[in-house]
Design a protein around this ligand. Structure first.
Ligand SMILES: Nc1ncnc2c1ncn2[C@@H]1O[C@H](COP(=O)(O)OP(=O)(O)OP(=O)(O)O)[C@@H](O)[C@H]1O
Ligand SMILES: O=C(O)c1ccc[n+]([C@@H]2O[C@H](COP(=O)([O-])O)[C@@H](O)[C@H]2O)c1
Length: 194
């Protein structure tokens, strides 16, 4: 059985914060692989400054190509929008009926809002959750504090966001160290977020 951790996000663009978390998960938990699931449309986000799916996927591909255990996934591209995670998990179960065990990776910030996700009880019934620390407002609901399906992984905290990267790049600031070198190169060549 291959244990796959699914790391969902818009990755607009993917940055070193994402990469550090994913790599930490495959090296220091019992997960065998991490798949970056590029989400066309997150249920709680507006589409304003979102790059095309394929361009965001390409940047995830560039960021992960030298990491054997990290993979980009475009599984949500053909699914209905907004992309509810439960739908994607059902779809993955049908596409990979044998040999795969899918878990979710999320930051403590997202755990604080998990009770608002579509069919979150069903998600927790069928899947494990790997949670990493994140500086954020709000509280973790009592039901999620001690839960047999929710596992804490002590990954490093790196407070970088794609929003910050897009905004400061547009102003002409140098944000190069915050991106994997291949992503920086691709983004610069393609004139993204100018
Ligand atoms: N620096 C970081 N460290 C750990 N987790 C992060 C970091 N940045 C984002 N994440 C988390 O990774 C997942 C995917 O990131 P996503 O691209 O959707 O968000 P983001 O980087 O916060 O982007 P944006 O600023 O565009 O909203 C989200 O669950 C998000 O909370
Ligand atoms: O299924 C849901 O109801 C749901 C609600 C909010 C977020 N998600 C997933 O969580 C991912 C991260 O969310 P966000 O808003 O922090 O980018 C997003 O890409 C979705 O795949 C899923």
């Amino acid at each position: 059985m291959k244990k796959v951790g699914l790391y969902f996000g818009t990755f607009n663009p993917i940055h070193i914060g994402h990469l550090v978390i994913a790599n930490h998960m495959v090296e220091f938990s019992d997960l065998d692989e991490v798949w970056f699931v590029v989400t066309p449309q997150s249920p709680f986000k507006t589409k304003k400054t979102l790059l095309d799916n394929h361009q965001r996927f390409e940047m995830v591909y560039e960021a992960t190509k030298d990491y054997q255990k990290l993979k980009p996934s475009n599984i949500e591209f053909k699914l209905p929008q907004p992309n509810y995670t439960i739908n994607t998990l059902v779809h993955l179960g049908e596409k990979y009926p044998d040999g795969y065990d899918f878990s979710l990776i999320m930051g403590e910030d997202n755990l604080k809002g998990l009770h608002k996700w579509k069919n979150y009880e069903a998600i927790l019934d069928l899947h494990h959750l790997y949670v990493y620390p994140r500086i954020s407002e709000g509280v973790i609901e009592h039901q999620f504090k001690v839960h047999e399906k929710i596992h804490r992984v002590n990954a490093p905290i790196m407070e970088i966001s794609s929003t910050f990267i897009r905004r400061e790049h547009k102003k002409g600031k140098n944000i190069k160290p915050l991106l994997p070198p291949e992503v920086w190169k691709y983004m610069d060549e393609m004139n993204f977020y100018r």
